[in-house]
Ligand binder design. Structure first.
Ligand code: SF4
Length: 378
């Protein structure tokens, strides 16, 4: 298949659904976590759960980079934006994520902070070039996919000798988060979250390849299928996982071979390895403190590290008590389990991070899935 439409062919999706139904053992239940927010979005948008038999259950994982940043890091970005002479810039969705005290970067902007949305790290560099008397801080977030562009921006700042550019680094690592989920009490001891297999991330894997997931398949005996974001990709991945579970295999298979190799993008990986080092521990919303799960700039690049340039607050006031984002990101609850869903919390007025980005489980369910709930209740 060459064109996107072919990956959205309804009849083909129906035929894969029939194959899954035929292969799924009616005496078993299959619990499949899609780690990535892009998959969560595709599953909701195309109603894929309706095509699957009742004993094949999808569990939303924590793979939305906007959703997983804890409130403390949002507060720290707001604090940075309020420092005299600072222009804080970041990607669009981050502006609306609520911090503590009902603040967000957008509200801080309304109150006078200079907060700007950028489409790329190069926009941030241009901002620094055109504002030599100001300090431009790039609020960097995201998984392995967005780290190389941040690294390129720092290289560029170094080449241009830009002294007024720095990065507030919040880049996080997918494999560490999967380990944390598999080691969580809900999965290991309590058995309240059943996880039989993973759909592995698409974009992240274009950078790191499929090799890092081999550890989960071997050590935790969980099959992984790396899949693209189109509906047929996801359906095909589910079929491959059902087949592996039936056959008692625990392997990493690559459905997204058109973009992902076993070793990934060596150039991007070496650029990141040259510039970043692991943090000993980093807090994720929902997953708590996760060892070696995030990156910071290495010493030779300290001049571009906002956390070294400013005494950035490190507190975390904790989530809004009524918000269930944390449990949703661990796969323990679904959006409709949250009392605020669709009443106080909507994409226009998000109370928690999962309602902000289109890849967040609550936003995806609000936009596409709630109509299914209505049909079921009628
Ligand atoms: S509905 Fe809103 S408040 Fe509830 S879990 Fe989702 S984002 Fe958090």
């Amino acid at each position: 298949m060459k064109y996107i439409d072919e990956f959205r062919d309804g009849e083909l999706a129906q035929s894969i659904a029939r194959a899954i139904k035929a292969e799924a053992d009616p005496a078993s239940t299959y619990h499949i976590m899609e780690f990535c927010g892009g998959h969560t979005h595709a599953i909701s948008r195309y109603g894929l759960e309706d095509l699957l038999p009742a004993n094949v259950r999808m569990i939303h994982g924590p793979g939305c980079p906007v959703c997983v940043l804890p409130i403390g890091r949002i507060d720290a970005a707001i604090w940075l934006a309020r420092q005299p002479g600072v222009i804080l810039c970041t990607y669009g969705d981050m502006l609306r994520v609520p911090g503590s005290k009902r603040l967000s970067l957008l509200k801080a902007k309304a109150e006078g902070a200079d907060v700007r949305m950028v489409y790329s790290t190069m926009d941030a560099i241009k901002l620094a070039q055109s504002n030599p008397d100001r300090q431009v801080v790039f609020f960097a977030i995201g998984f392995e996919t967005t780290t190389p562009p941040t690294a390129v921006a720092i290289k560029q700042a170094q080449a241009l000798e830009l002294k007024n550019f720095s990065v507030f680094c919040n880049h996080v690592l997918t494999p560490s988060a999967i380990t944390q989920i598999l080691d969580s009490p809900e999965v290991r001891e309590l058995g309240t979250v059943k996880l039989d297999a993973f759909i592995g991330p698409a974009h992240v894997s274009t950078i790191i390849g499929s090799r890092p997931y081999e550890y989960f398949a071997e050590e935790y005996q969980r099959p992984v299928v790396i899949a693209g974001f189109e509906p047929l990709d996801v359906m095909q991945a589910v079929r491959m996982l059902v087949r592996q579970i039936n056959e008692g295999r625990f392997e990493v298979e690559n459905e997204f071979a058109r973009a992902v190799t076993r070793d990934g993008n060596e150039k991007a990986k070496s650029l990141v390895a040259d510039m970043f080092e692991l943090r000993r521990v980093f807090e994720w919303r929902g997953l708590g403190m996760v060892p070696y799960s995030a990156l910071r700039l290495k010493e030779p690049y300290a001049a571009w590290d906002a956390e070294r340039r400013w005494d950035v607050p490190q507190d975390n006031p904790g989530d809004n008590k009524a918000c269930e984002c944390g449990a949703i990101l661990r796969g323990v609850k679904k959006p409709i389990d949250c009392k605020l869903f669709g009443t106080i919390c909507t994409p226009e007025n998000p109370m928690g991070s999962c309602m902000v980005s289109a890849e967040g489980a609550c936003a995806a369910h609000w936009t596409y899935g709630r109509f299914r709930d209505l049909e079921k209740s009628e």
